[in-house]
Design a protein around this ligand. Structure first.
Ligand code: SF4
Ligand code: SF4
Length: 139
């Protein structure tokens, strides 16, 4: 018969150790630096070069021009493989990976997300003396 001494010592040793696992989701998970989670788009920095769109291996990203120097980004987070290639391709820091990873949904249509363009600048109006306001002409 094998003596239980070695196993008992091992069991007692583990009783005093902290758990190797985390109590997620009861406790929030802290993701490591540079984690490649959900993407965000900084519309004010985008120049519309579309390098990110061209380099996306999953066809999960579309950059749309919606006005003069105004661009919006449409992500398909159900197609995205979270490789962050778009972040690397953008030399304007307009793409950013976040630590957000809890993206499971019942309705996948909600994973199509549009980050809208920056607000259009107000249209300048030149007031003609004695007449109706006329649109300003570019210089
Ligand atoms: S997000 Fe960056 S890479 Fe993509 S179109 Fe805008 S400037 Fe170009
Ligand atoms: S993280 Fe990768 S797959 Fe997702 S949009 Fe960016 S380049 Fe495409």
């Amino acid at each position: 018969m094998r003596r239980p001494g070695k196993m008992t010592a091992e069991v007692l040793r583990h009783l005093t150790l902290k758990p190797a696992t985390r109590l997620y989701p009861a406790q929030p998970a802290v993701m490591p630096p540079n984690f490649r989670g959900k993407l965000i788009f900084h519309a004010a920095r985008c120049t519309g070069c579309k390098l990110c769109q061209k380099d996306c291996p999953a066809g999960a990203l579309e950059i749309r021009k919606v006005g003069e120097k105004r661009f919006e980004a449409v992500f398909r987070f159900d197609h995205c493989i979270y490789c962050a290639q778009c972040v690397d391709s953008c030399n304007r820091d307009a793409m950013e990976s976040t630590p957000e990873f809890e993206l499971a949904v019942l309705d996948r249509s909600t994973l199509r997300v549009t980050y809208h363009a920056i607000e259009a600048p107000p249209v300048a109006v030149a007031v003609v003396e004695g007449g109706a306001p006329a649109p300003a002409k570019p210089e």
